[in-house]
Design a protein around this ligand. Structure first.
Ligand code: ZN
Length: 203
């Protein structure tokens, strides 16, 4: 399985990193080795001094598809989740400056947190879902999927032009504003509406 991640999908986050607004979605992949194993702490890798949390709404693909039209995209997932796209921001900045791919900063072991899944039927409108992350019991990021530049169905249409989607693939739909550094002993808790879907300790 693969993890497909969307970058720069919320205007306020684009502004906080002083990035340009893209005309197409920014896409990168993480390998399955990036998934943080359940109940394990997240270890800050030795090659970074500035790892950031990026909380993101997740979609789990449940049918094989290629060139999926956005009109039918909702048939390709029935679970919604929440995760973290951990990012070594210092390394990413270096790579960006050199025009190099971001993988070392984004796809390292443990960089993908995937919380519990919720049936899509729980939601009246997937384009209006509130989610948040708390660091040491303080809300540090909150978003609503209505603020995404590319909505879930548009993302599925777009990424499936390039990559065949397979059962079990997970899409990280991008982070809202409020990304920030994590340090040892931080506790990160993720919520969709009032449901806690993951709880992670940083080491
Ligand atoms: Zn991200």
């Amino acid at each position: 399985m693969k993890l497909i991640c969307i970058g720069r999908n919320y205007t306020e986050h684009i502004e906080e990193l002083e990035n340009e607004k893209p005309t197409d979605p920014v896409i990168f992949l993480k390998p399955d080795t990036a998934i943080l194993l359940k109940k394990q702490p997240f270890f800050i890798p030795e090659f970074s001094n500035d790892v950031h949390h990026e909380v993101e709404l997740l979609v789990k693909i449940n049918r094989v598809g290629k060139y999926i039209d956005r009109k039918f995209a909702d048939k390709y997932y029935n679970e919604i989740g929440l995760g973290i796209d951990f990012t070594a921001r210092d390394l990413q900045r270096e790579l960006k400056e050199k025009g190099l791919p971001w993988e070392k900063a984004k796809a390292f072991d443990g960089s993908a947190v995937i919380g519990e899944w919720l049936a899509k039927d729980n939601f009246e409108d997937v384009d209006n879902i509130d989610f948040s992350i708390h660091k040491n019991d303080v809300i540090v990021q909150q978003g609503n999927t209505s603020h995404m530049l590319w909505k879930i169905d548009e993302i599925i249409e777009y990424v499936s032009k390039y990559f065949t989607l397979k059962i079990g693939d997970v899409i990280f739909t991008g982070t809202p504003a409020g990304v920030g550094k994590v340090v040892a002993n931080d506790k990160l808790k993720g919520f969709i509406e009032d449901k806690a879907l993951f709880s992670i300790t940083v080491k």
